[in-house]
Design a protein around this ligand. Sequence first.
Ligand code: GUN
Length: 293
Amino acid sequence: MSARILDGKAIAAEMREELKAKVAELKGKGVTPGLGVLLVGDDPASRSYVTAKEKACENTGIYSREERLPATATREEILNVVNAYNADDRINGILVQLPLPDKSMEQAVINAIDPDKDVDGFHPVNIGRMLLGEPCFLPCTPHGILHILKRSGIKTSGADVVVLGRSNIVGRPLVNMLTQKSDMGNATVTMCHTRTKDVAKYTREADIVVAAAGVPNALTADMIKDGAVVIDVGVNRVEDASAKRGYRLVGDADFDACKEKASAITPVPGGVGPMTITMLLYNTVESAARRVS
Ligand code: GUN
């Protein structure tokens, strides 16, 4: 069997058209959604993510503003930018690109973001609301995965799902969202991580496997059952002398081999990545919409 390719780029484009219409409607009511971005340091991957997010804002009609600080920025300097965004009425959403050069500052910085502008869904208040199933900003990557599944007609209700990876950004929130009693949840979920004794024992039983380990080839074809759905969250740079930039992007799954066994699979790039950005736009528009209702 050759798997159906779940085209995240196309689904993202479809959702962005819907968001464009919503932005136009909000503008008609005098509200322009605004995103405040903070990039600390000069990590090339973070730089390119931020540029992609800003470009996506522009294409959707969302106002965006960027502040940059050097890698040596103090906690106070970072918090000053966050506080300025918190106080700025034109800014409905705040994005502090992670990781910060000093990872030990991250939680304090996230905690300083107004939960009502926390369009990443990383603030403890939003995580608590998510756990309780209350309205909140959902973290963008797991939320995007649920939309890929939904818009591709793949049911999570009653499905056995295995999530590889326990990050705060993807694995942990995704497990929670998939277990909610909701139209994009109702799954039975197992989370595997670096201390799981036998990962394949779990993935071989799964209807849906989400690979979010951050390791190339963490999921190989022998680890999935025939007809499984594979969602690949990995964005790994591997050296490739024949590529223009000297590297190419690969996911966490062995795409070529898994594609022959799975019923559906997301590619890298062009799968989950474009959805992450789209859900950031979605949350920013949602935040702005709260102003008018
Ligand atoms: N770094 C990697 N993914 C993300 C994300 O979704 N949001 C932020 N702020 N930083 C990230």
